[in-house]
Design a protein around this ligand. Structure first.
Ligand code: TYD
Ligand code: MG
Length: 453
């Protein structure tokens, strides 16, 4: 074991201390002191096939840099490929965060089982038997995946140099520990050091590494913020645990856009890719019910049709209740005020409940018009034709405003067989060949006229 020197640094002002203390004596901040490796003898812990000789970096004129598109590794998972921007980049570090039980281990085990490359899945959380049981449920077909239950990075690198995998998966970064640091696994200094070792391995060997990261109660990835700076890609696996849908989102991506998103459904046999989410989010109810409407929204770059349900009833108590699921409550109050003032609906003494079906949360203002339509429909007890959908924002003056990427929303509505889409009269549609009926409106009153004639 190489001799390692560590020291204690304040994460706020950078002052060095000889021992750990609760408060930094230099900047007076509390709990900012962290142990760091100052100097360690560089010993290659893994055999690298790519970097035979030490490379010494020299400045190169940018015009002389030849750019060859590195082939990406196809993960055989369309949703993950899309979120990554086309597949795994060789030598990249990807961090996958998410709530406990959301399915992070399931997703990455499923990926490792179907990868056509030699994959090493390192688990510090589950036993071999547990992983085998899960793998049997997901995909019992033989695969090129190796499982290692180990938490010490030095031992992991030893196994890596023996096995020479083409993809490495770590479940999870919070369980790893490095011999160089004394603090316990999961502490800031351990996470930092083990991540740094993994980055060095990935960059030297060209093997992509996927890390699972726990999140803390504020919803951030547990450990230092610097972890997110160190890795190339940060993915977040979201969704309400009680619902079957899971959304995979890129928060940071050095090799692609962060606008893409992947949707999965948790089933008994693992996660199923959902390539057409609109079909499941809209209930296949042929009955015409009052209080529901359909909005053409965008999740990242993907158009998504969602169903909005509203219930307006006379308030039983003095103060009317306003309650929303999946929608901003302040925005609902604003829309109710607009309806009251601009369209003359008396909603002040009514309870209003609003729900976005499927357990998803939407903050796209383009669903405003659909929310208004659902509220009016419930209030009047007249159903909105289910072949109509909406895509517009509602302003404080009761005006119907245009929203970005309207053509994408229109073509999604057309593809799904809607007969009408209601948009703002100012919406800029350059493509003229839609077969769907585009209804342009300028004011809330026009909507009332359109819906209830
Ligand atoms: P898991 O991947 O262990 O979550 P994480 O690693 O994010 O903590 O997810 C486990 C949940 O998924 C668990 O509650 C059971 C459920 N699940 C299924 O519904 N079907 C399956 O095939 C598997 C493997 C898990
Ligand atoms: Mg797990």
């Amino acid at each position: 074991m190489a001799k390692v020197k560590t020291s204690y640094y304040c994460q706020s002002c950078g002052a060095q201390h000889s021992k750990w203390q609760g408060q930094c004596s230099s900047c007076r901040q509390w709990n900012t002191i962290v142990e760091e490796v100052v100097q360690k003898k560089e010993e290659k812990q893994w055999a690298s096939s790519r970097s035979k000789e030490e490379r010494i970096a020299k400045p190169v004129n940018i015009s002389q840099i030849t750019f060859s598109q590195e082939p990406r590794l196809d993960t055989k998972d369309g949703e993950l490929n899309r979120v990554l921007g086309g597949g795994l980049v060789p030598g990249s570090l990807t961090l996958l965060g998410g709530e406990p039980g959301i399915g992070k281990s399931t997703l990455l085990l499923q990926i490792s089982l179907q990868l056509p490359y030699k994959t090493l899945y390192v688990s510090g959380e589950e036993s071999l038997q547990q992983i085998k049981m899960r793998a049997e449920r997901i995909n019992p077909a033989p695969s090129n995946c190796f499982i290692l239950t180990e938490t010490k990075t030095q031992s992991i690198f030893q196994q890596i140099s023996r096995l020479e995998p083409e993809v490495v998966i770590i479940d999870s970064i919070q369980t790893l520990h490095s011999d160089y640091i004394e603090s316990s696994p999961g502490s800031i200094s351990q996470i930092r050091e083990t991540t740094a070792e993994l980055i060095k391995y990935a960059k030297d060997s060209g093997v992509p590494v996927l890390l699972i990261g726990h999140i803390n109660k504020e919803g951030n990835i547990a450990g230092p913020k610097v972890l997110e700076h160190m890795v190339d890609t940060v993915l977040q696996f979201e969704g309400d645990r009680n619902f079957v849908f899971r959304i995979l989102r890129a928060h940071k991506n050095r090799f692609g856009s962060t606008n893409e998103l992947g949707i999965y459904e948790m089933q008994g046999e693992g996660l199923r890719q959902v390539s057409n989410p609109s079909e499941i989010l809209i209930s296949k109810n042929d009955e015409e019910l009052s209080g529901t409407s359909i909005a053409a929204t965008l999740e990242g770059m993907r158009p998504l049709m969602i169903e909005i349900q509203a219930l307006v009833s006379t308030a039983v108590y003095g103060t009317p209740q306003r309650s929303t699921t999946g929608y901003n409550a302040k925005r609902l109050n604003m829309l109710l005020a607009v309806l009251e003032k601009r369209a003359g609906f008396k909603l002040a003494a009514k309870d209003v409940f609003l729900n976005i079906t499927g357990g998803i949360t939407v903050d796209d203002p383009a669903i405003d018009l659909a929310v208004v339509a659902a509220i009016l429909s419930s209030n009047e007890d007249i159903s909105v034709d289910r072949s109509i959908c909406f895509a517009a924002e509602v302003g404080l003056a009761g005006e119907i405003r245009s929203v970005p990427r309207i053509e994408q929303r229109i073509s999604e509505a057309e593809k799904l067989g809607f007969s009408h889409i209601v948009v703002s009269k100012n919406a800029k549609i350059s493509k003229g060949s839609f077969s769907i009926n585009i209804q342009r409106m300028g004011r809330i009153e026009d909507l009332v006229e359109f819906l209830f004639g």
